[in-house]
Design a protein around this ligand. Structure first.
Ligand SMILES: Cc1cc2nc3c(=O)[nH]c(=O)nc-3n(C[C@H](O)[C@H](O)[C@H](O)COP(=O)(O)OP(=O)(O)OC[C@H]3O[C@@H](n4cnc5c(N)ncnc54)[C@H](O)[C@@H]3O)c2cc1C
Length: 429
């Protein structure tokens, strides 16, 4: 059994940043466990720009962004194991992993940071009827084929979903000479960043069908066409509205699911809304000493926020190893009972963190959430028993962009046991 101070599961942006954050906070005995053959996670296949505008004030590609953190890990001589797949984690912070060199390995850590990222929703998750020919793939797989393996997945593509990944891939397909026949979006607006709508769709005149879905896939050996139908208020296809679009590929980009199988194995409480762990203001889960950050905690839009959250979580885990570990179980559970619970209020979904300890040592706590619709001229409010205790104006918010509000911890300490974070709208668009 190898023993380490901090073990980090996943070496993507979140995991690398967590390692750097923990190191800066004073813990040097850190081990990153990564199943792929390099650090970087999904960033490796992101050859487009738009990464690092906040973190480095530079417009980097995903690959360049990953390299920055790989260099920081290397400069600090932080240890990592590649091609190492973590298959189990328990409440005692014992990790079981496999790799081709050592076979089965066990690691006991004083603190564990979960940074496993997320996976894409597939055709099976969406239950799209029709045949099962070749040519149906997720955006991440298409991106991998194009950018890492050098294959063109198709020549005539329909894209289901207009989140950032779908938009980026639409543009890349056009640049590779592929005809993008349609982008189909079930909501009345795009789920992506406004800049991606402009730069990836409008600039290339790609047709977008809102309030619509792919209701059938046709073609025996390979996809030959799909049906596009309008949807009702329950997002179900409306019969009689369908029309057929010829294509050889259907690319699905319809949401991401945090990879929390290990989290569940460890008995950690999961939020039914974010599908990530329920955490306190230090991103600590319901199991003491196990922390979570990045896309495995909640799906982020920008890697800058992933790495910021990762660095902070690394520092929290380091503080835990250095100080909190000395607390007895009873001291810890009594601290748990004095948590303020944070609920999503009007227009807001999936607020993280969901709990703030009243005895928190932090001076401020930042909350992140996704707006449920597009709103203009709003204020983000924090209310306690129906009374507004803090607010921040915003010109516009949309589901494609995460919102963040930072609140003084003193305010939170004085608040009632349940707080709501929501959006007060002036105009709903
Ligand atoms: C197509 C696309 C376009 C994007 N465009 C932008 C953009 O323009 N700007 C921007 O800021 N952001 C963008 N992003 C988002 C950004 O890339 C991600 O938010 C960020 O990289 C996620 O980092 P992460 O570490 O949380 O997850 P990941 O990068 O997914 O890393 C998780 C890591 O954990 C490893 N892992 C998982 N399970 C295990 C296990 N059991 N054992 C060992 N290892 C494990 C995985 O192999 C992986 O390396 C884009 C993402 C995509 C996919």
């Amino acid at each position: 059994m190898r023993e380490v101070d901090i073990a980090i599961i996943g070496g993507g942006a979140a995991g690398m940043a967590a390692a750097v954050g923990a190191y800066k906070a004073g813990i040097k005995d850190i081990l990153i466990l990564e199943r792929n053959d390099s650090l970087g996670g999904v960033l490796h296949q992101c050859i487009h720009n738009g990464f690092g505008l906040h973190r480095f004030q530079e417009d980097l590609t995903g690959v360049e962004f990953a390299q920055r953190y790989q260099d920081m890990v290397a400069e600090r001589k932080i240890t990592y194991m590649l091609r190492t797949f973590v298959i189990d984690l328990n409440k005692d912070k014992i990790i079981t992993a496999v790799n081709p060199k050592q076979g089965l390995i066990k690691i006991r850590a004083k603190a564990v940071i979960l940074a496993m990222g997320c996976r894409e929703r597939s055709r099976n998750n969406l239950l799209i009827p029709g045949t099962r020919g070749a040519g149906i793939l997720t955006a991440g797989t298409a991106q991998r084929y194009l950018n890492l393996d050098g294959y063109l997945p198709g020549k005539k593509v329909v894209i289901l979903g207009s989140g950032d990944i779908g938009l980026i891939m639409a543009r890349q397909f056009v640049l590779e000479g592929v005809s993008v026949e349609a982008v189909v979006e079930v909501m009345p607006y795009s789920g992506g960043l406004p800049r991606n709508m402009k730069q990836c769709i409008e600039d290339f005149d790609i047709p977008v069908y809102y309030n619509s879905t792919v209701s059938k896939i046709c073609g025996r050996e390979r996809v030959s066409s799909v049906w596009i139908s309008q949807v009702d208020e329950n997002r179900r296809p409306v019969e009689g509205t369908e029309f057929e679009v010829e294509c050889d590929t259907l690319m699905i980009s319809a949401g991401l699911i945090p990879e929390n199988e290990l989290t569940e194995q460890a008995g950690i409480a999961i939020s039914p809304v974010t599908k990530g762990a329920v955490v306190t203001e230090d991103n600590q889960t319901s199991v003491r000493g196990i922390f979570s950050c990045g896309n495995v905690l909640h799906v982020h839009d920008l890697v800058d926020f992933v790495s910021e959250e990762g660095e902070e979580t690394g520092a929290f885990a380091a503080a835990y190893v250095m100080e909190d570990e000395a607390l007895s179980v009873s001291e810890r559970s009594s601290a748990d009972r004095t948590c303020v619970r944070i609920k999503s209020g009007n227009g807001a979904g999936g607020v993280v963190p969901q709990l703030v300890r009243k005895d928190t040592a932090r001076e401020t706590v930042s909350f992140m959430f996704r707006p449920k619709a597009k709103f203009k001229d709003v204020k983000i409010t924090v209310t306690s028993q129906g009374k507004e205790i803090f607010s921040k104006p915003r010109a516009a918010v949309s589901p494609g962009e995460m919102c963040k509000i930072t609140v003084g911890a003193e305010l939170l300490r004085q608040a009632a046991d349940i707080l709501e974070i929501g959006i007060q709208e002036a105009e709903h668009v």
